[in-house]
Design a protein around this ligand. Structure first.
Ligand code: LLP
Length: 419
């Protein structure tokens, strides 16, 4: 049970009950119901500090996609982070959460004209542009507004990040970025456009990357390009190396730290004049969060046990789509004998599971389970499939807590439809 501390030192069993910071998880589940997302504010602050200490000169743009709750964005913002966004919605949330537009970078392969226009109006730091056609469109929209759009080109360094193929983004066969071999030409083209101001280089090679070498390989290639651009008279003020640092999902996993990342890329970045930007998401919020679900039924079939809980793929989809492992622990362990079971949700799909063949102490109806490492890409990827209410979100801060998103109710869900 002590293993949970490896995920987040604010998780602890006290008197046989799981606590997050100074608050018993059971108390929150009773008060707000289940399924429930709970986040530890101090953990998030500490994770930002790790980045700030490792990269004191850099601009740290929290990747809002990992957890877009405004209260979470605010914590990152109060710690001095900017934001990395991928949509107009993320821009809106970031601005409303108090992030200075001059600290916002905007990535994504499919920005719409409306989104580009909105970002230009708000005066973001830069667009991370992913194709020549996008450059032309941004140039045209900027022209119509009499503005110059600040731009970096997202280059694809063709590095294998050794992660799940769905979240590897820096290999040449992926849809992301501009082939680094063609980058010089694209930069020359971008510089020739009247309403584009080329200010940066961007790359992001993937997510949940637990080895450091793919980062150093990518940064080496990016810095080569930086020097080539300088030789061509194209001055680069920002080098954005993206996010992607992986986290612990199993107790025995090791996770690289921001300092490990810094040490690995230091040889390449130490003599550049440009400001460094980093876009971490998961490594800031992932292990800040747990997902709490209540056992409904236990079903023993020939050769297979199922623990059926009230949280499913609609709430936490990572196990279903990436086969991702999330560690699951009882909120109030009883010392029952262990069984091997699939932990499954209520959704009418066989792909609806939180864990497969998991050894866990046999729970009883009404017991609570905590699914760990659920702070990133958890709630934000949820849906109300099967018309199940999207869960509430609670932020714990020391001894206190508050609801930062209320559970959906049937009226909310119904009212969303056009009448
Ligand atoms: N910057 C860009 C341009 C990105 O595309 C991403 C993530 C990040 C930063 C943040 O990466 P992080 O530090 O969180 O690894 N839903 C998937 C993860 C998708 C990540 C997409 N891009 C999952 O649940 O594993």
């Amino acid at each position: 049970m002590e293993e949970i501390k490896a995920f987040n030192h604010y998780l602890e069993y006290i008197g046989g009950e799981l606590y997050i910071e100074g608050v018993p998880v059971r108390e929150l589940a009773v008060k707000y119901g289940t399924p429930l997302y709970i986040y530890s504010a101090n953990y998030i602050r500490e994770r930002v500090d790790l980045y700030k200490n490792a990269f004191p000169e850099a601009l740290i743009c929290y990747a809002v996609k990992a957890n877009f709750n405004p209260e979470i964005i605010k914590i990152a913002g109060e710690k001095g982070c900017g934001a990395d966004i991928v949509s107009g919605g993320e821009l809106f949330f970031s601005l409303r959460a108090g992030i200075d537009p001059k600290r916002i970078v905007y990535s994504g392969v499919g920005k719409t004209s409306e989104e580009i226009s909105y970002a230009l109006d708000t005066g973001i730091l830069m667009f991370n542009v992913e194709s020549r056609m996008e450059l032309d469109v941004i140039n045209g929209i900027a022209k119509s507004k009499g503005k110059k759009a600040p731009v970096s080109l997202r280059v694809n360094p063709d590095v294998d990040p050794k992660t799940h193929p769905y979240i590897a983004t820096g290999m040449k066969e992926s849809k992301f970025g501009i082939d680094i071999k063609r980058a010089l030409d694209e930069y020359k083209y971008a510089s020739s456009l009247s309403n584009i101001e080329v200010i940066g280089i961007h790359c992001h090679i993937g997510s949940q990357i637990t080895e450091i070498s793919p980062f150093s390989e990518a940064v080496e290639r990016v810095i080569d390009l930086y020097h080539n651009l300088l030789n061509e008279g194209i001055e680069i003020r920002y080098v954005d190396i993206g996010g992607g640092l992986g986290i612990r999902y199993k107790p025995e996993d090791t996770e690289p730290s921001p300092l490990d990342l810094y040490e690995a890329i230091k040889p390449y970045i130490s003599d550049i004049k440009a400001k460094l930007i980093i876009e971490p998401g998961r490594s800031v919020v992932g292990n800040a969060g747990i997902f709490v679900t209540e056992v409904q039924f236990i079903k023993k079939k020939e050769g297979k046990n199922f623990i059926i809980v009230d949280g499913g793929m609609n709430d936490l989809i990572r196990p279903s789509i990436y086969g991702a492992y999330h560690h699951i622990v009882p909120v109030t362990p009883k010392g029952n004998k262990k069984i091997k079971a699939d932990i499954v949700g209520p959704i009418c799909e066989t792909g609806d599971f939180l864990a497969k063949d998991r050894e866990i102490e046999e729970p009883e109806r009404g017991d609570l389970l905590a699914v760990l490492s659920a702070g990133a890409y958890g709630y934000v990827m949820s849906s109300y499939y099967n018309l199940r209410k999207r869960p509430a979100e609670i932020l714990v801060d020391g001894e206190s807590y508050r609801c930062i998103r209320k559970r959906q109710d049937y009226d909310d869900m119904y009212e969303l439809h056009c009448k």
